[in-house]
Design a protein around this ligand. Sequence first.
Ligand code: SF4
Length: 272
Amino acid sequence: MRLYTQSMLQDYLDCPRRFQLRYVQNLNWPAPRSTPIIAQEEHEEAGARFHRLVQQYYLGLPQTAIERLASTPDLLRWWKNFLESPYRPPHPFPGARRFTEALLSFPVHAEARLVARFDLVQMDSDGHVLIVDWKTSRKRPHPFSLLQRMQTRLYRFLLVAAGQSWRNGEAIVPSQVEMLYWFAEYPQDPIRFSYSQEEYQRDSEWFPRLIQEIENATVFPATDEERLCRYCAYRSYCARGVRAGSWEEMDEETEAASVFDVNFEQVAEIAF
Ligand code: SF4
């Protein structure tokens, strides 16, 4: 059984060669993605810890106990932003069912499944389904670019295609689904996306076609967009530069879309 996550599909769409090096040849992180490495790694680690704090909050641990774990200035600021944000789903919330750090998958065919790990899914008693994704990137991406990302497309699609198992078998219709990206540095400015029957129909046809294309591929060309190589760990395999791009100069799309999700999704990834 092969599992496909949004990171894998995004890699394939961004650069088929990156997909080949990472998932077909299993070459993992041969070079730093950006410099300085320590600042980037510390930020990633803080992002992972913030996700754990929020998960503990929704599991019902006391706020004071969680706050004691917010041990760095970034974490403490994000945690306070989280508590004060009007866009944070309140807890407890009678009538809502919640799933945190939960995996959902859907078979594309007998040998392949789409899979996603959700930060938070809230099912309200009125049928509304809210997907929340916490982002700790320093910059806020443009909504249009986020709408194009595989995460936005796959998460909404998976919820409709397979989420009935989280609602006692009751089907979820696309218009009930909303996805909210909440930014720890921009707590008053989340980005929200609805979903429609037309988009679901489009995705129902598009994802199986994409998987088929990947599984039939015999050549994996390098991207023509060389800007993507600046922050790619495989530069040395492609003669696309030796030096990593500057973390300080990383644009919002690159950072918000790739830096943190990779770590959280690796649990679900397997070799191709
Ligand atoms: S360095 Fe560029 S061409 Fe090579 S895998 Fe990375 S993105 Fe693709």
